[in-house]
Structure formats: structure tokens, C-alpha cells
Design a protein around this ligand. Structure first.
Ligand SMILES: [Zn+2]
Ligand SMILES: [Zn+2]
Length: 161
């Protein structure tokens, strides 16, 4: 799955499918996107392969208070993905709108819908959470296994350092 910024300096592709795609209706995402929600595909950071350019990293505050790192194009400043303190550097939240096939990446879950704009209606059968969810009850089994493997891999790497 290929993606890019607006000016085309940064080009990347995902070497696997996203673990889960969040449609986040929190007020932070609303402000940062300038829209009603943000659409983020979560994937192991090592599966985000750069094909051109080098994103600039910006440390910003986040709703959790622990901060986030946003990777942006140094030229057009489009935000491509974020690393949140909770999931750590090992996981990237790719802004779905930067993917060429963005329209094919539908959200798996709607989160923080307590602050969803009143005109939004959720599709029938959509997984809708007023705040956040429990991973073990929500992720696909293969995504859960991948997530666990990645966290174990990170823990091992940290031990070796
Ligand atoms: Zn750019
Ligand atoms: Zn949010």
C-alpha cells in the first residue's frame, strides 16, 4: 500500500496490512486535522518503508498528556504518521488520507465518540466506543498476535542495549 505527502517529497509504502484502523472523534484529533475526526491506520513502524525523502519529527502534546511524535514532510508539512507514548516508537499511526488507496481503508473502530459531531451517523454494525476499547476484545486475532510479537521484540532489543 503506497502513500505520499502532498508535494511528493515523501513517498512510502506499507509492507503489511494495518493492525487496526481507528476513526478517532476526540477533540484533539478534530483540532489537529481541522476536521471532524482523524483516520489512523496502526502498523508496526518497521513495516513503514520510505521510498523517498526523510520526514521531519515534531514532538507535540497529546490528549493522554504523554505526548506524540508527528512525522511530517519538511517541505509541504503534511503529517504522515504519529507515534504515541502509549504504543511507543514501535508502532506508527499512519494518516489514512496520505495513502493512495485511502478509500479502501475503512475504520475498524470508532473511538472517543462521546465528542463525535452531532451530524455523524455510524454505519450499522460499526464498533463504536464512547472512549477507548480493550485490545484483547477488539483486535483481530492475527493482529493481536502481531502486536504481542512486536512488543516482545522491542522488550528484547531494550534488554540488549
Ligand atoms: Zn511534501
Ligand atoms: Zn483522537
Amino acid at each position: 500500500m503506497k502513500g505520499r505527502c502532498t508535494c511528493g517529497e515523501i513517498r512510502f509504502h506499507l509492507t503489511d496490512t494495518p493492525l487496526i484502523t481507528h476513526c478517532c472523534h476526540c477533540t484533539w484529533c478534530q483540532r489537529e486535522s481541522g476536521s471532524a475526526f482523524a483516520l489512523n491506520a496502526m502498523i508496526e513502524t518497521r513495516y513503514v518503508a520510505l521510498d523517498g525523502g526523510r520526514p521531519e519529527e515534531l514532538a507535540l502534546p497529546s490528549a493522554s498528556g504523554k505526548g506524540q511524535i508527528v512525522a511530517r514532510c519538511p517541505r509541504c508539512q503534511v503529517a504522515l504518521w504519529s507515534h504515541y507514548a502509549g504504543a511507543g516508537r514501535a508502532f506508527a499511526f499512519v494518516r489514512v488520507g496520505t495513502l493512495d488507496a485511502a478509500a479502501s481503508v475503512a475504520p475498524d473502530v470508532h473511538i472517543f465518540t462521546d465528542s463525535a459531531h452531532p451530524w455523524i451517523t455510524f454505519p450499522e454494525g460499526a464498533k463504536v466506543f464512547p472512549a477507548f476499547y480493550r485490545r484483547s476484545e477488539t483486535w483481530r486475532p492475527e493482529a493481536l498476535a502481531r502486536g504481542e510479537a512486536e512488543r516482545a521484540r522491542q522488550a528484547q532489543q531494550q534488554q540488549q542495549q
